[in-house]
Design a protein. Structure first.
Length: 250
């Protein structure tokens, strides 16, 4: 059996079950939101093993409509986004249950990171726990338009001790190249909207990964097809959260 085939076999454990929890948030406009958090394994592509858990978050109105896309998101005020992030941090840490040697990834909006003192306080309290583990805040929503100086300041401010920031950006080469000017620890690209099924599709996807890796020492892909894990590593990706969560039959 070849080394590549053996490594694909090792990656079968990506189908390990994960936990989830749901809570509600009432917006300032008195609309009820349902927030679901699910812990997904994050794989080190070079070693084909899970090395952390990432909290995937979905935010929906009570009727089931997503609250964070298109025109619907405009009904949410900055205070609503901060409340979602604060409750995500509290509940997400309970879901992750980080031990001393564990790693976890939690989402937060750029606006919260830059304007919510309470979020910063909760992060500091997390680091004071007896066994804090390592927590990375996945910053999303506005990174592409944020001034580079502001991004540098936030990375320097939060990147201390057992806490760090990683940047979730649009899967666009220009966005990745722009961030080569900041000391980002990791860039996160969501492949849910990136065509990477066929060989022709993969050429563009591989170029995107390569551009991101040139801009940053680590690149994490979300919703990556499991059969593209080895190719993603060859293109420069370092970590992945796989889509589908079903066993690949080799």
């Amino acid at each position: 059996m070849s080394e590549a085939t053996a490594r694909i076999g090792e990656r079968r454990s990506y189908a390990a079950p994960y936990e989830s929890l749901t809570f509600t948030v009432v917006t300032r406009g008195r609309r009820e939101l349902v927030v679901t958090l699910a812990a997904q394994p994050v794989f080190d592509l070079a070693r084909s093993i899970p090395v952390a858990r990432r909290i995937r978050r979905s935010v929906r109105h009570r009727g089931g409509e997503s609250a964070l896309t298109g025109l619907v998101r405009r009904t949410l005020e900055p205070a609503d986004l901060q409340r979602i992030d604060l409750d995500t941090l509290r509940n997400g840490l309970d879901l992750l249950r980080l031990g001393t040697n564990d790693g976890g990834v939690l989402p937060a909006f750029w606006r919260t990171i830059t304007s919510s003192g309470r979020f910063e306080i909760l992060c500091a309290e997390m680091q004071d726990r007896p066994t804090p583990g390592t927590l990375l805040i996945e910053v999303m929503g506005g990174i592409e338009q944020a001034p580079l100086d502001a991004i540098r300041d936030v990375i320097e401010h939060f990147g201390t001790g057992s806490l760090g920031l990683i940047l979730h950006i649009a899967p666009d080469p220009g966005a990745a190249r722009r961030l080569s000017q900041v000391p980002a620890q990791c860039l996160v690209l969501d492949f849910a909207g990136v065509e990477h099924e066929s060989a022709r599709d993969w050429q563009g996807a591989a170029q995107l990964i390569g551009t991101a890796r040139q801009a940053c020492p680590q690149v994490m892909l979300l919703n990556l097809r499991p059969d593209r894990g080895l190719a993603a590593e060859a293109a420069g990706a370092t970590h992945a959260v796989f889509a589908g969560m079903t066993t690949v039959i080799v």
